[in-house]
Ligand binder design. Structure first.
Ligand code: UDX
Length: 448
């Protein structure tokens, strides 16, 4: 028997990128490959990474003690990541080759194109992996290549394969003027991530049935291959690598709630709301009259209205972190008020939970647009122009619209349909499963 391919998985060093790549790695191992996920020493130190059966190895971003937070500024972090990351990645590849366990292929995050240069120098196959939607990735590509102009205020544009969009529907990095200069910023990272050739293989954490049209248009420019959703379809099997500890008490609390009665509220692992916005959200949830489970991370707690944490928890429970997949698969949950990070969006879709879409920045506004206008699985909040806030009345309106409004049943139907499609895509012979099989065969051919 010929040796199985040995894959090095290199995510961008953040939870939202690490998590889907790890899920993907576990699928590769289930199909007979060997896989190692490579993270920074800092992330490895702070995260409780339950990667098994994927192995874990580390490189350095130059900030082993404090990671990103200990760099003087973002630019310093990004420059050091490229420089020290390239060197230590190269050392890791050499070490494994010397130990007679050479890597065959590197799957690298599209945010780390420098890693592909390192892998190619060592003769590895390189495959790019995008942890964001095809729609968002396509917009970055089209804007960067001058195929698409970002519309001015009051105007609209229809990116290939997508509906008409106004300015605020675009991913926020396209408005960042730094993307045109030589300074290294998150906008330059996002906009330059697809400097690929037409026959370069780019994997997307998405599935054909979800993003059919935009997938087809992007195929004109690169070999787009959807392999998602990278979400475990059984909620029990999820090991989220994060420093906050999931609060299990919320599961017992949910057990006591009637089916479909509860709104689950979370803004993911990074987003930060203003104190004024937290107050509006708290008041809107109260006014909706619905039960709610709200994740407020430790560093956000002091923004809650003081009386809010004192109130009896019968109708609303606030936790620091929860086992999100188990929450989304709980029958008591009828709606997810989400910041529309791509992982949260895919998780809601995979578990058939309709959404109130409260996108903040980066890819989230575009994901929110798709939730409402492309997939019909939720409603989007509107920000008041005068205050820049989503008012309590708007929160109440959106929660009610999803939980009991005229179109609530239709949203639920669409959610169920996409949940089935997500599961089919990953089942034997499904679209994403077939794409993964082809990738595995490709890697094994190289290993032989
Ligand atoms: C980031 C970006 O913000 C997002 O827009 C991008 O698409 C990916 O990277 P993040 O903001 O953390 O990620 O959001 P998201 O992508 O939704 O990931 C959050 C993850 O944390 C999800 O997998 C979710 O299941 C998990 N989570 C969240 C928990 O397990 N428990 C919680 O209480 C809250």
């Amino acid at each position: 028997m010929s040796p199985a391919g040995n894959v090095l998985l290199l995510p961008w060093p953040a939870l939202g990128h690490l998590s889907p790549m790890l899920q993907f790695g576990q699928r590769l191992v289930a199909k007979g490959l060997t896989a190692t996920i490579v993270t920074t020493r800092y992330i490895n130190k702070i995260a409780d990474l339950q990667a098994d059966p994927v192995a874990v190895a580390t490189i350095s971003d130059g900030f082993d003690e404090g990671g990103f937070y200990s760099a003087a500024n973002l630019e310093e972090y990004l420059r050091t990541l490229v420089e020290v990351g390239s060197r230590t990645l190269s050392e890791l590849i050499e070490e494994r080759a010397a130990a007679a366990a050479p890597f065959t292929c590197m799957v690298y995050d599209t945010f780390t194109p420098w890693a592909a240069d390192v892998a190619k120098r060592h003769g590895l196959l390189t495959v790019a992996f995008s942890t964001q939607s095809c729609a968002v990735s396509a917009i970055y590509y089209y804007v960067n290549k001058g195929i698409l102009e970002v519309p001015k205020e009051g105007e609209k544009a229809a990116p290939e394969g997508m509906p008409e969009m106004v300015r605020s529907d675009f991913p926020s990095f396209v408005f960042d003027e730094s993307r045109k200069g030589s300074q290294l910023t998150m906008a330059t990272v996002a906009l330059n991530q697809f400097n690929v050739k037409k026959d370069d293989l780019v994997l997307f954490n998405s599935f054909d049935e979800l993003e059919n049209k935009v997938t087809e248009s992007l195929k004109k420019y690169m070999r787009v291959t959807n392999i998602g959703p990278c979400v475990p379809l059984s909620a029990a099997s999820y090991g989220v690598p994060f420093t906050e500890v999931a609060d299990e008490t919320c599961m017992r609390w949910l057990d006591g709630n009637p089916a479909g009665s509860t709104v689950y509220v979370s803004f993911g692992s990074i987003a930060s709301l203003s104190t004024a916005q937290m107050s509006e959200l708290a008041a809107g949830l109260e006014a909706s009259g619905k039960r709610f489970l709200w994740v407020v991370r430790s560093e956000e707690r002091n923004k809650l209205p003081p009386e809010f944490l004192q109130r009896p928890p019968e109708r609303g429970l606030v936790v620091r972190w929860c086992p999100q997949l188990r929450v989304l698969s709980h029958p008591a949950v009828g709606c997810f008020l989400t910041h529309c990070g791509w992982n949260s969006t895919l998780e809601a879709l995979s578990f058939g939970v309709p959404m109130v879409a409260f996108g903040l920045w980066s890819d989230q506004p575009t994901d929110a647009k798709c939730v409402e206008d492309v997939w019909g699985v939720g409603v989007r909040v509107r920000t008041a122009a005068e205050t820049g806030l989503v008012a309590r009345e708007e929160i109440e309106r959106c929660v009610r619209a999803v939980m009991e409004g005229e179109r609530s049943e239709e949203m639920r139907r669409n959610s169920r349909r996409l949940k089935d499609s997500a599961r089919k895509a990953l089942s034997k012979g499904g679209s994403s499963d077939t794409n993964i099989d082809e990738l595995v065969a490709f890697v094994n051919r190289k290993a032989a």
